[in-house]
Design a protein around this ligand. Structure first.
Ligand SMILES: [Zn+2]
Ligand SMILES: [Zn+2]
Length: 272
């Protein structure tokens, strides 16, 4: 299993020089298992993934499963700029998420509706399939994916991907302090090789003025990793105001409690 980070920033892109070492694109994480492609979230990093896939595949068709945690802008904003959706009639994309209000397909298509975008989704020639999912466990070619709800305004799904010898967990946009969701996140993370987890706020910032915004901090991330026996903790969904030096300091502090910790960085690859 190979995990590659295309977007690691929370809330809004931050193309500022002081943020560029970790990266300014919003969430998108690619997982390859053999030659199968799985994608978690379609923030602005999704655009660069699209360009890379076109270079790699050329005329060959691309098949990918795309898991969306939820529909806040930072997790879907790359979709209209993902070239493989426009390029090849033989490309197939399978979207999986939960949208209680309008259904998954409509929720995604309305992102490009008049007057928000110059063209609508009918310009996309690739096959698009939409699967409305809830908390469930589904089998794919070479892995199983468990989804559970997290604590976030308008809802959010966390995902646990398992193969016979690796466990990857993508759990972002989650606020601690609710018994059901605190349990869900630990259930997802149980024994994971890699846990990607929301660490948007500083612990003191969260306590002072960010309760109810739906995000977490590195101390909670470390607590989950330790309680759940996680091997590698990856702090994710960096706040737009968290510059590279601040992220360095935060990783250093987290490593004192959980040595196998890193902050997600655009372009970084983890092999399990
Ligand atoms: Zn977010
Ligand atoms: Zn969100």
């Amino acid at each position: 299993m190979r995990i590659r980070f295309w977007g690691v920033r929370g809330s809004t892109p931050t193309p500022q020089v002081e943020n560029l070492r970790y990266g300014g694109n919003t969430p998108c994480v690619e997982v390859r298992i053999h030659d199968h492609i799985y994608i978690f979230d379609c923030g602005t990093g999704f655009r660069n993934l699209g360009k890379s896939l076109l270079t790699e595949y050329g005329e060959r068709p691309i098949y990918a499963h795309v898991f969306l945690s939820h529909f806040h802008w930072d997790h879907i904003q790359g979709i209209p700029f993902f070239q493989p959706l426009y390029e090849n009639r033989d490309n197939h994309f399978f979207f999986h998420s939960s949208s209680h209000t309008r259904g998954l397909q409509r929720t995604i298509e309305e992102q490009m509706a008049d007057p928000y975008f110059p063209v609508d989704m009918t310009e996309m020639v690739a096959h698009r399939n939409f699967y409305d999912i809830e908390e469930e466990r589904a089998d794919f070619d070479d892995c199983r994916v468990q989804s559970l709800l997290l604590n976030h305004p308008q809802g959010c799904l966390g995902f646990r991907m398992e193969t016979d010898n690796a466990v990857f967990v993508y759990a972002t946009d989650n606020e601690p302090g609710h018994s059901v969701f605190d349990h869900n996140v630990r259930k997802l993370a149980e024994g994971a090789d890699v846990l990607v987890y929301d660490a948007q706020y500083l612990p003191e910032e969260y306590a002072a003025r960010k309760r109810g915004w739906g995000h977490s901090h590195w101390r909670e991330a470390v607590a989950i990793a330790r309680e759940s026996g996680v091997k590698e903790l990856v702090l994710f969904h960096h706040d737009p105001d968290r510059d590279d030096l601040c992220l360095d300091r935060l990783v250093e502090a987290a490593r004192e409690l959980h040595p196998q910790t890193q902050a997600a960085r655009e372009g970084a690859i983890i092999e399990i």
